[in-house]
Design a binder for this molecule. Structure first.
Ligand code: FES
Length: 147
C-alpha cells in the first residue's frame, strides 16, 4: 500500500487497530458522521468509578479515520471522564505524529465521537440535561467541514 505522507504511527494503527468492536448496553454511546465523505464513527464506553473502564469503536471510513479511532480509544482508556473530555482533535493528530494536510479533517471524528459518548453518559446519569449537551466544554461541532 502506498504510504504517501502517512506517519509510521498512522500506518501501524491502521493495520492493527486497537479496541475495535461494539460494547453491548454501553454506558455511553457517541456517533458522528461526515456529510461530505460519508465516513461514520461510533464509540461505546463503559464507565466505572468515573473512569473509562472499557471503550470500543466501529468506524466506516478511510484509513486515517480508523487510525484516529484506534488512537483516541487508547488515549481515553483508563482516564477520568473529565480528562477524556479534554482530549482534542489536535491531541489525537499529534499522537499519530500528524496527518497529511488533506486528511487533517479525518482527525475530527475521533475526539467528537468520544465527547459525544461521554455526554451521552452524563445525560443518562443525570449530570447534565439533554438540552445542555451542546454547551458542555469540549464540544467542537460538526466534523469534516465542507471545503
Ligand atoms: Fe472522511 Fe477521512 S475521508 S474521515
Amino acid at each position: 500500500m502506498a504510504q504517501i505522507g502517512y506517519s509510521k504511527k498512522v500506518m501501524e494503527h491502521f493495520m492493527n487497530p486497537r479496541n475495535v468492536g461494539v460494547i453491548e448496553n454501553p454506558d455511553g454511546y457517541g456517533k458522528v458522521g461526515n456529510p461530505v465523505c460519508g465516513d461514520l464513527m461510533e464509540i461505546f464506553i463503559k464507565v466505572k468509578d468515573a473512569k473509562i473502564d472499557d471503550i470500543k469503536f466501529r468506524t466506516f471510513g478511510c484509513g486515517s479515520a480508523i487510525a484516529v479511532s484506534s488512537m483516541v480509544t487508547e488515549m481515553a482508556k483508563g482516564k477520568t471522564l473529565e480528562e477524556a473530555m479534554k482530549i482534542t482533535r489536535k491531541d489525537v493528530a499529534d499522537e499519530l505524529e500528524g496527518l497529511p494536510p488533506q486528511k487533517m479533517h479525518c482527525s475530527n471524528l475521533g475526539a467528537d465521537a468520544l465527547h459525544d459518548a461521554i455526554k451521552d453518559y452524563w445525560v443518562k446519569s443525570g449530570k447534565i440535561k439533554a438540552d445542555e449537551v451542546k454547551e458542555v466544554e469540549g464540544h467542537e461541532g460538526v466534523s469534516c467541514p465542507t471545503e
